[in-house]
Design a protein around this ligand. Sequence first.
Ligand code: FAD
Length: 420
Amino acid sequence: MSGKDFNVAIIGGGLCGLAAAVPLFRAGIRVQVFENAPEFSEVGAGVGMGPNSVRALDSLGLLPAIVARSEQAGPKTRVFNFVSGYDRHEQVFDARRFLRDTRCPLLIHYQTTNPSNVGLGIYRQFNKRCTSITTSETGTHIVHFADRSTYEADLVIGADGIKSVTRDYVIGDKDFKPLKYTHTEAYRALVPHQDLVNAGVKTDLQTRPVCFVGLGGHLICFPIKDNSVINFVAFVSDHDTPWVPELTGPWVTPSSPEELKGFYKGFGPDVMTILDHMKEPSRWSVHAMDPPLQSFVRDKVVLVGDAAHPMLPHLGAGVGQGIEDVLVLTQLLTRPQTKKSNLSDVLAQYNKVRPPRANWVLNASTRAGEKYDAFHSTKNDTQTTAKLLDSIWEPVWNYDLKKDIEDSIHTLEEKGIFEK
Ligand SMILES: Cc1cc2nc3c(=O)[nH]c(=O)nc-3n(C[C@H](O)[C@H](O)[C@H](O)COP(=O)(O)OP(=O)(O)OC[C@H]3O[C@@H](n4cnc5c(N)ncnc54)[C@H](O)[C@@H]3O)c2cc1C
């Protein structure tokens, strides 16, 4: 029995799509998740989540289920230690100073997200690639799939990631292509920790994540699998060339340590040893939004996550912003006063609060990468880099999302859309 007079189609069963489905499902709303992939499976080593996103996951009622499937006994407070990429790799900056609540978990490595954990089992369909969305005469949306099937919904949540098709509907202008290649390449590899110790790496890579900063590139390292394996992402960026339209070839390609070391010439011994051990790195051409979308909503199609605001990963905030989207949206949709007749007003309120916040973080992520890669330029020694980094975490991690939700409800009440 539905708790609402509207139904919801969620396009994309990634982190944000599933995070949105659960609270809607629990509130008795008819919801279907349509996922392009044939099944849920592991795609990477994990994502870091800041305190803001962990708080949002907690409010969504999802934190225990995610932690239960994480490879560690519980969420851990693990914050980056920024060290020099050069010489003896001395500490440049400790991001721990921005953790107001030291009990707040920070980095979650999940293996897989399985909706059967939360009772969503029969409400998702695989092998369903959305190709377009249209609007019916009655104002509902028709979702079209590659297998020629369709699904009619009062509300469509676009959670289909960076190459979003639902975004095309929201933009509504086929000539406007804001997804850009950022001239940033991320080289990723997993290396057993013991191999690095045997090879003489002195920097502590096991206790907490490390970011080696340097001129033109930075290398992030975080321990996974009970600290026995280190997950490396080496970034090589050209910050001076304007971003260009999305690459038409594959975004992930094989690379080699030799190619990578060519970009890190002059870096210190630990960095060079690590790069040597990244035997078969995969090279990810990183894309992001430019200009950022000013609206995440058109008609009753609403975007969350990377569909709305793909960003550079330098603040580890991409999925966090998606989870914030999901919390605001689902808190509004599950309010007792929300019904089919006022869906547009509720979505308009979501659209008032989410684009400014998410786009601010998107821009801050770009600036963060520039700061990491400026270390050792003529102007940026240890002190100036520490000062530059000092300002970037606070507004991302300690944002008051609860207030956005309370203010939104208050606004809808003041406008008479929600009964008090
Ligand atoms: C190198 C790198 C490192 C990163 N590190 C971090 C980090 O540490 N912390 C962080 O917060 N973020 C990080 N991110 C970003 C993070 O991975 C994304 O922000 C996050 O995965 C977005 O979640 P999503 O659910 O919006 O999209 P996705 O996870 O991309 O999920 C989209 C889903 O939609 C499905 N889909 C796509 N198209 C269709 C279609 N047409 N029809 C039906 N289904 C479809 C896909 O199969 C997929 O399952 C990183 C990104 C990169 C590239």
